[in-house]
Ligand binder design. Structure first.
Ligand code: FAS
Ligand code: PHB
Length: 394
């Protein structure tokens, strides 16, 4: 069957935050790309995921001309609350780091990114089926796909694998080259979205004897709540009534009394894992975002890591095209992984300190209590949490 061939500088697989941000940033530096997204635009925009942007992510989006709605509709947060042992501890980001985070849902970030891509015809191909990578170790890599039954080949100088944990890019790296690291947690997060006013104007992370809970939000009348749930559970096992009563049971008393409940408009369970694949480059293939790493959402790092990977990758590609330098590309994997592993550590630490593990022994429990005690007693411990939460330097 005939194949339509197109050429670009960077073929980007995946039109989530990583792929769409990379396309936008490259174009601002005169580097052309085409994004191939498996799903429809509406499907990608319907996904409810992250809610917190690090200070550096806000800077990246602002400097890329994507800050107008973010600054108008996003909520700057200068701290978070940890609740444990009947006590509540506020981590004051501004006092401890001079920086803050912004609550602005990933869905909104994606809307803004697609709005930017819309200004360039052909920047993104939705509903791209059977995407396959070819000759990534050669200097003439390409990606084939089908769209509306027509076969296409996209020839490129570089391929950016931004296709998430389940995409084809990571598996294009030979098994004897790839090293993976994984920690699967023995529980998931049941998340609920409700058109109710948030219980608190700042996030509350709760470690209760019944398990973890998180109170977050999207705006003054759209709240996002999570409870730790057994891996074998499905959303159908959790009626709204069961969810709300369990959430109240895990929150500090005054928060439970103030909680406004309502019908869930979205309910889902996400498994928790830590995962890193190395290297993030093989030949002309470069990985970014969830294609290379996954973190438990406890540290609010997944989306932010995808964005910082893209900042590093864009710098490397622009240096290559502008200055003919390969240094950035040669060092991309090592540079990016140094920051990735620090975020993986922080997300693991937040998860181990705030959740009740089903197989925890008395020693682990005492260590967890000691970690929480250090946060209460040591400003340096609170400062370390704050620096990691608002985002380490990019
Ligand atoms: P994404 O997975 O977002 O995007 C990859 C894109 O590639 C997708 O659009 C997919 O359709 C596409 N794709 C896949 N295979 C393809 C193929 N064969 N061909 C073409 N395209 C293909 N992070 C947080 O910080 N906080 C949270 O609370 C949080 N909650 C989450 C809840 C869930 C259920 C999930 C799954 C993730 C959550 N995350 C959270 C993490 C999440 O936000 C990711 O870190 C972020 O989406 C990463 O962005 P990308 O790397 O672009 O990957
Ligand atoms: C969210 O608002 O969805 C959210 C916030 C903080 C997290 C995880 C998720 O750590």
């Amino acid at each position: 069957m005939s194949e339509r061939t197109q050429r670009t500088q960077v073929a980007i697989i995946g039109g989530g935050p990583a792929g769409s941000l990379l396309s936008h940033l490259l174009r601002r530096h005169g580097v052309e790309s085409v994004v191939l997204e498996r799903r429809s635009r509406d499907y990608v925009l319907s996904r409810i995921r992250a809610g917190v942007l690090e200070h550096g992510s806000v800077q990246t989006l602002t400097e890329a001309g994507l800050g107008e709605r973010l600054h108008r509709e996003g909520f700057e947060h200068e701290g978070v609350h940890l609740a444990f042992g009947g006590r509540r501890l506020r981590i004051d980001f501004t006092a401890l780091t001079g920086r803050s985070v912004t609550v602005y849902g990933q869905t909104e970030v994606q809307h803004d990114l697609y709005g930017a891509l819309d200004t360039h015809d052909g920047a993104i191909v939705f509903d791209a089926e059977d995407v396959a990578l070819h000759d990534v170790s050669s200097d003439r890599p390409s990606v084939t796909y089908r769209k509306d039954g027509v076969a296409h080949r996209l020839e490129a100088d570089w391929i950016a694998g931004c296709d998430g944990f389940h995409g084809p890019s990571r598996s294009a790296i030979p098994a004897d080259v790839l090293t993976t690291y994984e920690r699967v947690y023995p529980f998931g997060w049941l998340g609920v979205l409700s058109r109710t006013p948030p219980v608190s104007d700042e996030l509350i992370y709760a470690n209760s004897e019944r398990g973890f809970a998180l109170c977050s939000m999207r705006n003054e009348n759209l709240s996002r709540y999570y409870v730790q749930a057994p891996l074998e559970d499905s959303p159908d096992d959790w009626s709204d009534d069961r969810f709300w009563s369990e959430l109240v049971a895990r929150l500090p008393e005054e928060a439970g009394e103030q909680l406004v409940t309502g019908p869930s408009i979205e309910k889902s369970i996400a498994p928790l894992r830590s995962f890193v694949a190395e290297p993030m480059r093989h030949g002309r293939l470069l990985l970014a975002g969830d294609a290379a790493h996954i973190v438990p959402p406890t540290g609010a790092k997944g989306l932010n890591l995808a964005m910082s990977d893209v900042v590093y990758l864009c710098r490397a590609l622009v240096d290559h095209y502008d200055a003919g330098s390969t240094t950035g590309l040669d060092e991309y994997s090592a540079t990016t992984l140094r920051r990735v592993w620090k975020a993986v550590r922080f997300s693991w630490w937040m998860t181990t300190v705030l959740h009740r593990f089903p197989d925890t022994d008395a020693f682990d429990f005492q260590i967890q209590q000691a970690e929480l005690g250090l946060l209460e007693e040591l400003e340096a411990a609170r400062a370390s949490l704050a620096e990691n939460y608002v985002g380490l330097p990019i």
